[in-house]
Design a protein around this ligand. Structure first.
Ligand code: GRF
Length: 203
């Protein structure tokens, strides 16, 4: 399967996907990385692994529509089966999301529907939650609200703080994302089935 990955920063999830592809655990290939920030370390990872990359700097576009139009054109050119958001810190227009709905997925560091948006680790700690995790979901126009595919969980420990949780959640994400993509590639889940299931799978 052909994957296009969208990232804005470090790209450790992108790295986990690259590793899964290279080891053969995932029958897929990242055909293009797109970033929206010039300094994104994900670019370096792409270079190291010989993966083509494109920078589409959102600050050089007049509005979201113009940025999303360019992003959509670049994605289409790469003919992906799946478009994988891995720490892509941009809100996408409804038009963009509609165009790719069913092929566009994201990973979010909480057990959705809990804590959409930012600062998920601090919010889970403040609420006194005993469990926390990450969710891979299909993207729909409402941010972090699309049909969930799979969740990875961990227990919050007495001495956890935002930093320790963030680190352990990253560990969860790095096994969760390649697994979710494997299910998509193998046709074990799709948008309609994800919409119908009352709860996502937990691994
Ligand atoms: C991850 O925690 C992901 O859930 C969130 O952004 C973070 C990206 O981390 N959407 P990285 O760039 O993959 O290291």
């Amino acid at each position: 399967a052909r994957l296009v990955v969208l990232a804005s920063g470090n790209g450790s999830n992108f790295q986990a996907i690259i590793d899964a592809c290279e080891s053969g655990r995932l029958d897929a290939e990242v055909v293009l990385l797109v970033v929206n920030r010039p300094g994104a370390y994900a670019l370096e990872r792409a270079r190291t692994h010989g993966i083509p990359s494109r920078l589409i700097d959102h600050t050089t576009y007049p509005d979201r529509e113009a940025f999303d139009a360019e992003l959509a054109a670049v994605i289409d050119e790469a003919r992906p089966d799946w478009i994988i958001m891995a720490g892509f810190m941009r809100i996408l227009t409804d038009g963009f999301v509609d165009r790719f709905q069913g092929r566009l997925i994201n990973i979010h560091p909480s057990l959705l529907p809990k804590y959409p948006g930012m600062n998920t680790h601090a919010r889970a700690l403040e609420a006194g939650d005993l469990k926390h995790g990450a969710t891979v979901h299909f993207v729909t126009p409402t941010v972090d609200a699309g049909p969930p595919i799979v969740q990875g969980r961990l227990e919050i420990l007495d001495n956890d703080d935002v930093e320790s949780l963030k680190q352990r959640i990253h560990g969860v994400e790095h096994r969760l994302y390649p697994l979710a993509i494997d299910w998509l590639v193998k046709g074990k889940i799709d948008f309609e089935r994800a919409e119908k299931q009352s709860r996502p799978a937990v691994v």
